[in-house]
Design a protein around this ligand. Structure first.
Ligand SMILES: NC(=O)c1ccc[n+]([C@@H]2O[C@H](COP(=O)([O-])OP(=O)(O)OC[C@H]3O[C@@H](n4cnc5c(N)ncnc54)[C@H](O)[C@@H]3O)[C@@H](O)[C@H]2O)c1
Length: 396
């Protein structure tokens, strides 16, 4: 099939490569000129896709990137994988979804299957995409993306894929497409069910992470190790699932998607109280970390040299979106410390570059990559570990 993917970020490029590997002819459309130029020169910007894999698909003609919206016309399937962030009031910002839908409306004149993989609240495909495109007799389906960047065990092929269509024909076509590179397809009765399942999955994580983050604070105040308690609880073979505390939640999904559910819940008159509380707890974690670091240093870190180790939002990825490390650094600086950060996979961030670990009075381990030199962290005078990696260190 000839496939177009709108948006060549983490999700779009992953799907593009999945589809290319199944023998489809894929064009990755993006509005970012420099990204498209880099992709066409065989340079991948995400961890799970190597430059050589990308270059292979380019040279055998199964992948190309483009900024020209004309490429969308004549494709059997058009997949939307564009950002769905929050606005400054933490409400859904569907401007990228609307822009992508408008591009389709303007440029696509022959009927196609239009699939939305961007995460959004139930009703988005029907009301914000199909209704907006209108005119041509397209098929529409929702297949929310579940990719977990950096996860070596679960990828596009073996993670079960949900599909909900606006018509039976849309489901048949979407199954044909995704079935060509995904092992397990699960059909649900409507796009709204698929959309809601995705945001409920991430809400489940957000709420449980908040629960263990609050528990970590209770355990510390009680003078016991929260992590040891959680490990002990996890020995129960049923009815318990282990989540780990940390410095807050980051990335494009967990801090964002639950607020999409809270938004529609509010519209239908049901207050999403768990989501609101979980946001409060998770967003307060950087302040809790800094409070503990100050307490662990006799009540003041003024003039101390601090290195924050690991600034991406999770292990083994370079993605710094919504990373709690940003607030940890800002709050440490507010307390009068001289703060540098170390993360070789990130390199440059917020107009600063990664610094060496050695020479710091205090190390705050926020994210631990496999490549990290833990001995260098341990060599600092005081270590606060947010990751549970250093036995005996102060931390959560
Ligand atoms: N990153 C993840 O782990 C993940 C996992 C599951 C779902 N999602 C969801 O998938 C969607 C995309 O996320 P992502 O992480 O791939 O985002 P991203 O920021 O990595 O990539 C989005 C891309 O879309 C492009 N873009 C923006 N507007 C466009 C337009 N009008 N036309 C064409 N391209 C446009 C941007 O230039 C960018 O390259 C979001 O809804 C996100 O919540 C992300």
């Amino acid at each position: 099939m000839r496939i177009a993917i709108i948006g060549q970020g983490y999700v779009g490029l992953t799907i593009a490569v999945g589809a290319a590997s199944a023998g489809h002819k894929v064009v990755g459309f993006d509005v970012n000129n420099s990204l498209v130029a880099a992709l066409n020169s065989g340079k991948s910007h995400i961890e799970g896709i190597s430059d050589s894999e990308l270059a292979g698909f380019i040279s055998n003609g199964s992948y190309q990137a483009s900024t020209n919206a004309n490429v969308l016309d004549g494709c059997e399937v058009i997949v939307m994988a564009v950002p769905t962030p929050l606005d400054e009031k933490r409400n859904p910002d569907l401007s990228f979804v609307h822009a992508a839908a408008d591009l389709i409306a303007k440029n696509v004149k022959s009927p196609s299957l239009i699939v939305n993989e961007s995460t959004s609240y139930p009703g988005t495909l029907r009301k914000e995409i199909a209704a907006r495109i209108n005119g041509i007799d397209h098929l529409y389906a929702s297949s929310p993306e579940r990719v977990d960047p950096g996860n070596a065990e679960w990828g596009t092929k073996n993670t079960p894929r949900l599909i909900g269509g606006l018509s039976p024909e849309a489901v048949v076509k979407a199954k044909e497409f995704y079935g060509s590179f995904c092992d397990t397809i699960i059909e649900v009765s409507s796009p709204e069910v698929a959309e809601a399942a995705k945001i409920f999955e991430n809400t489940f994580r957000q709420v449980n992470i908040a629960l263990v983050n609050e528990f970590a604070q209770i355990a510390d105040a009680l003078g016991i190790s929260g992590r040891e308690v959680l490990d002990a609880a996890a020995t129960k073979p049923y009815g318990f699932m282990e989540f780990n505390p940390g410095p807050g939640v980051g990335g494009h999904c967990i801090p964002v998607d639950p607020s999409y559910l809270a938004h529609v819940a509010n519209e239908v008159g049901v207050p999403a109280t768990f989501i609101k509380r979980a946001n409060e707890v998770n967003l307060a974690m950087p302040a809790y970390v800094v409070k503990r670091v100050v307490a662990g240093n006799g009540g003041s870190i003024k003039g101390k040299k601090v290195v924050v180790v690991g600034v991406s939002y999770k292990s083994n990825v370079a993605d710094t979106r919504e990373t709690p490390a940003a607030e940890v650094i800002d709050l440490l600086r507010e307390k009068g410390a001289t703060v540098a950060w170390h993360d070789e996979s990130v390199g440059t961030w917020r107009d600063e570059t990664s610094s060496p670990i050695s020479g710091a009075d205090i190390a705050v381990l926020v994210t631990k990559h496999d490549s990290l030199d833990l001995a260098a962290v341990n060599a600092c005078g005081y270590v606060f570990d947010c990751t549970g990696s250093i036995a005996g260190a102060d931390g959560i």
